[in-house]
Design a protein around this ligand. Sequence first.
Ligand code: UDP
Length: 321
Amino acid sequence: MKVLVTGGAGFIGSHLAEHLLDAGHSVLAVDDLSTGSVENVSGLQGRDGFELRVGDVTDSDLMKAAVDASDSVVHLAAAVGVRLIIEKPVHTIQTNVHGTQVVLNAAIALKKPVLIASTSEVYGKSTKIPFSEDDDLVLGPTRHSRWAYACSKALDEWLALAYATEHGLPVTVVRLFNTVGPRQSGRYGMVLPNFVRQALAGEKITVFGTGTQSRCFSHVRDVVRALELLMHTPAARGGVYNIGGAEEITIQALAEKVREHAGSTSQIVNVPYEQAYASGFEDMMRRVPCVSKLQATIGFVPDTPLDRIVVDVIDEHRRAM
Ligand code: UDP
């Protein structure tokens, strides 16, 4: 099978491409190399069945040709990273909403199956833990651009499900929860690569806010496995699925874990949100997925222990030093 992976040179996209090639599929990656990079796919470039086309998902001619050349689509291309989203809200809304519509439109003629990547951000400030797919979404006010990201991805979900209803398009929606692992860049604000870089450099480890906010991290290897299984599960079509790990940790405890595994003596410091992002920034205090629907559908949920994940990321950073 030939799979079109939009955002295929990004962090998750490059791992998915590798996983699909290993499973015997061909991969057509489309990426504008904005947050992705050729370096991410340098190990795949010479492999049979891999092709990278550099271009924008909002380019409808490019996307039509790419979708027509493929049997199935995984749409990962998006504006990602809290920092990028706050700095470039117009770009975020445009890429996420328009890009998704272009991909869905390109798929309707031949009804190609499309898997749309959404995010746990859509749960917003919900305090109903764990987050289940049918829960209400609780977003903050429009003057905080963070919620524009959540809203743009929620709109992607609505669009995908609307194409399913109105055009019979086979779509599956996934909400990814804090996916981490090798090749993730800290440039756009993601916490784990930042902490690891700081710990290895002996710099201060910067915990934003009080550090009592918590997340569940999953290894990108587990996430791409779940994506492939869902892609091959017709019963999943028309559904929304959380993909995440069950191990919850506060950001303060994460900083301590990173420091310990890195054998670092870095000081852990708290940085107020206004200093880290922008004034009036609103964080999500707890973000925990309910993964029973995923487990029931594909018989698998991300389960790599966080200690293992942290060690993997540290090892990768050490190799690159
Ligand atoms: N964070 C932090 N230090 C950093 C980067 C992020 O303390 O250098 C915090 C951030 O405020 C959030 C959590 O770590 O509470 C996870 O941030 P990330 O951007 O990785 O993902 P999010 O869950 O916010 O989408």
